[in-house]
Write a protein that binds this ligand. Structure first.
Ligand code: GLP
Length: 218
């Protein structure tokens, strides 16, 4: 593990973009594991600028996202599909059919999760997985629990996650209670993982992540 301490949010975003850009340049058909959240906004902006400058080509890249809220349609501005389209996919030359997220509008969440794992396998696994960190120590939506869950699964969100993410919704009641998330198996099988964390509020949980015991609680 390599820890890169940066001056500020801008510096973190640029350095993370350097790592993703290097991956895209070195392997033009990479499978990128992508993440949402406010942490990634400037990083995605930076990748768009590099694409517009002619430095990056995403035409052969495939992407799989970590998670999606259950019950949100892709046209809902709070859905992660909408976030990814707006902040990245619509602004680069990745073919939309090569971008995958768990589908939030499904009747059978378990079947969708199994299909999502099969899809990741069929792509040959993830080359570089980007991760943010939840205030409660989650990655994707793998909430603190008693065991690591290997497979993609449907999760009941923690009250603290619902509260933290309510800042993007009009009312806290509008935040979906369930989400579909990639499990720890596909994340840990990724050839490389890039975890981006910023802001004072995350200092205590980051300390636990880096220096605390390895546990499904963090
Ligand atoms: C959400 C997402 C995570 C993300 C986390 C942090 O809960 N499911 O994948 O890492 O929030 O978000 P932010 O970057 O806004 O702090």
């Amino acid at each position: 593990m390599k820890i890169i301490k940066t001056k500020n949010y801008q510096d973190m975003s640029r350095k993370a973009a350097n790592i993703i850009a290097a991956q895209v340049i070195q392997k033009e058909d990479s499978v990128l594991g992508l993440a949402t959240g406010s942490t990634m906004l400037e990083l995605y902006d930076d990748l768009v600028s590099r694409y517009r400058a002619g430095d990056l080509d995403f035409s052969k890249i495939r992407s799989v996202n970590l998670d999606e809220y259950l019950g949100l349609h892709p046209s809902n501005p709070q859905s992660y599909r909408y976030y990814m389209d707006q902040n990245l996919f619509n602004n680069i030359n990745i073919p939309v059919e090569n971008t995958y997220l768990p589908k939030g509008m499904v009747d059978d969440a378990d079947m969708e999760c199994a299909a999502f794992d099969a899809l990741i396998e069929s792509l040959g696994g993830i080359d570089l997985q980007l991760l943010g960190l939840g205030l409660d120590g989650h990655i994707g939506f793998n909430e603190p629990g008693d065991a690591f869950i290997k497979e993609s699964h449907c999760v009941l969100l923690n009250p603290s996650t619902i509260k933290a993410n309510s800042r993007f919704f009009e009312h806290e009641d509008d935040v979906p209670r369930h989400a579909l998330t990639m499990g720890m198996g596909a994340i840990m099988k990724a050839k490389a993982v890039l975890l981006c964390v910023n802001g004072k509020a995350k200092a205590p949980i980051l300390k636990q992540v880096l220096y605390g015991p390895i546990t499904p609680r963090v």
